[in-house]
Design a protein around this ligand. Sequence first.
Ligand code: NAD
Ligand code: USQ
Length: 421
Amino acid sequence: MKIAILGGDGFCGWPASLHLSDLGHEVVIVDNLSRRAIDEELGAESLTPICSIDERLAAWKEVSGKEIGFENIDVAQDYDGLLNFINTYKPDAIVHFAEQRAAPYSMKNSRNKRYTVDNNTNATHNLLVAIVESGLDIHVVHLGTMGVYGYGTAGMKIPEGYLDIKVEVDEDENGNTIDPTLVDQQILYPTNPGSVYHMTKVLDQTLFAYYAKNDELRITDLHQGIIWGTHTDQTARDERLINRFDYDGDYGTVLNRFLMQSAVGYPLTVHGTGGQTRAFIHIRDMAKCIQIAIENPPARGERVKIFNQMTETHRVRDLANLIADISGAQVEMVPNPRKESAENELHVVNDTFLDLGLNPTKLAEGLLHEVEDVARKYADRADMSKIPARSLWTQNQAEGVPPSVAESAGGAGNPDSAAKA
Ligand code: NAD
Ligand code: USQ
């Protein structure tokens, strides 16, 4: 199959590209390298020393004998470039990872909120319009988030995208009163995003529903939980193929951050009570899920397929205590920079991937040690000053945050303060 990977230089896109190439698919990466530019803007780097995209692709060719193409296109800004690429390359499937994905980065200031909305919604809309204009029948596989649902359960398991409801009808089509009758309907599960970033994934959902209905585009939207881990079978084959490992307060995600913090001897930063429960999936399972989604496209005219791409749920403080138990790390409860529930339960349906053959890689001590070992190996690259999460969801949260953090979030000398002024 010919597969284009938008955002194929990123944390998920790179291992997914290698996995699909390894399976024998013809893969092209489309990326504007904006994530590398944001590293420079934040003065934060991947803990692992990632090679340039050219070096990565040359190394893959050397190691595997397989070629992956690369196009530097800004999918959100360069519509003609994207359309031209689609018309020339004619992919069977496009996997869309190309969005700004950090919730804290999206909440930092007005500039970042606007950038995140502009970049993410334009990238998605440009892709859909370009496919329609090309007239090609291309399956879109999009990386969405569990966060579109919010993290409450209303006493039920969160279904895979659609909610069965009953509507009481008490009029016929001529407006005459009839005995109330219950009619079955399915709607998109009500959304409840917790950041500007998560909100863009909600907007994406509506774009997908419209283009699937109006233009009969074939679309799969994967509502993915938090990724953990760093290596896959392919990225581990050569140092030059190494995947990125984000640990900073904006892009580092909770479990990888805790493992890194434990490796470098930094107390595990539990936000608030640590009562937040989230969905997780290992990076190897992410790559496998992309493969499964590509192999099981919806038919033309079918509504958007939505799969919950997660394998387990965990409470943040339980993760911190687990890591502390196995590694002796200290746990520190820090004021929560986010506006989120202090405690939540989370129960999620994930039957589709399990039925289609996913054999989940669950959180196990051995794998936790593997990630910690990676972090320990590159510990000399760690910048401890980048670890605290400094992006505040609301201004009044600064009151509860230690002066050192609040100052660097809004004080002079911080790049954000210029945008706020
Ligand atoms: P990432 O930031 O590491 O990778 C995103 C890639 O997209 C980067 O290489 C970036 O340069 C590129 N990109 C961004 N905007 C672009 C544009 N306008 N044109 C071209 N390229 C562009 O993020 P990631 O962790 O790999 O996440 C990939 C996707 O998966 C995101 O959409 C994210 O929302 C979703 N997701 C990630 C996680 C996670 O834990 N990392 C969890 C759930 C969902
Ligand atoms: N948290 C801590 N301490 C930390 C870091 C985070 O307690 O040092 C807490 C946060 O307050 C939050 C939870 O851990 O309650 C998760 O935070 P996160 O940064 O790991 O995850 P999140 O911001 O939700 O975003 C990540 C990815 C995003 C993806 C999302 C999937 O960056 O791209 O969409 O996970 S989900 O969470 O299922 O919506």
